[in-house]
Design a protein around this ligand. Sequence first.
Ligand code: GLY
Length: 361
Amino acid sequence: MTTVFRPGDAYPVMLGDLAQTFPDWLAQRRASGILLLTDTNTRRHCLPLFLKATGLSADTPVVEIPAGESRKNVATCISLWEHMLQARLDRHALVINLGGGVIGDMGGFCAATWKRGVDFVQVPTTLLSMTDAAIGGKLGIDFQQVKNTIGVFQNPAAVFVDPAFLKTLPERELRSGFAEVIKHALIGAPELWNMVRDYTPERLSMASSETWLEILRLSIAVKVRVVTEDPHEKGIRMLLNYGHTIGHALESYFLETDDPLTHGEAIAIGMLTESWIQHTRLGKDVPDEWIRLMLRIFPHNPIASSIVPEIWHTMQQDKKNKAGSVRMALPGKNAFDMEVLEPTEREVEESLGFYNGLKKV
Ligand code: GLY
């Protein structure tokens, strides 16, 4: 069965079997040409599945870029635009982004800027992009080690979410995406929280297609509600950045090392540390069951206090900031309540100290 969401009534997000959704949609679209964007991983593991499910010709032009966040930069965009030029893509063409957040963000950005905008669809292949990145029209690339600094808001023509691709994911990548599911549960979906609160890595790996459809239905509903209400992040959409103020800074820092954190690993630390600052200010503790779930799903990566100045420096580039102060958005008492806090560098250091000590509690 297909569930269809319509963020802001602007475009369909179709959750279900690609074979039931994509071919009819494409037939109605009558694109003048198609360019299929993949990375090294999705070309190998997801493209055969995609072509089989959609019936698209194996002759469809495919562009492959190297996988990884470190490639989400202007140099890769230039190579993509060159491919668009070679393929003579006109304004009635369609770009299909088959991949995770990097492919969706960068392929969407290149499509949105090509001849002032050519249509694109997002076909997310990771849990992270299915539940978050592919929905909501945020497109962009990293710049000077700061994530998503250059970009635009531009909605896709459609999003096709098929959990069949989750079977192609390495376990670490699946866990990474689960951080965004947990985030959606904590900011706006108590029913989803009840479903996932006891999860273990084993249950994640063994979840059936039906389970994924249910988790994704509840999680995508949170994303769709928020981006419908605030498409351009003037208010409540900041709540989707819960865990990302400290988390993005950690992710950017470790991206430059031999041992990068996945997005979800960084965001999990971000959710715990940001919540610690919020709860400490109120004289409260972070709920034990939040801590237990995060520590079950994600490895414990102690953060050296010596890197705090660099983390703090990166946090100062965060897009939520206003008038020079660092801002972070946190869940409030009820679903979809938002609290915006301005942390100090000292609080960030102390919150990382709290995180570092967690194994002992
Ligand atoms: N991933 C956060 C947002 O879409 O706003």
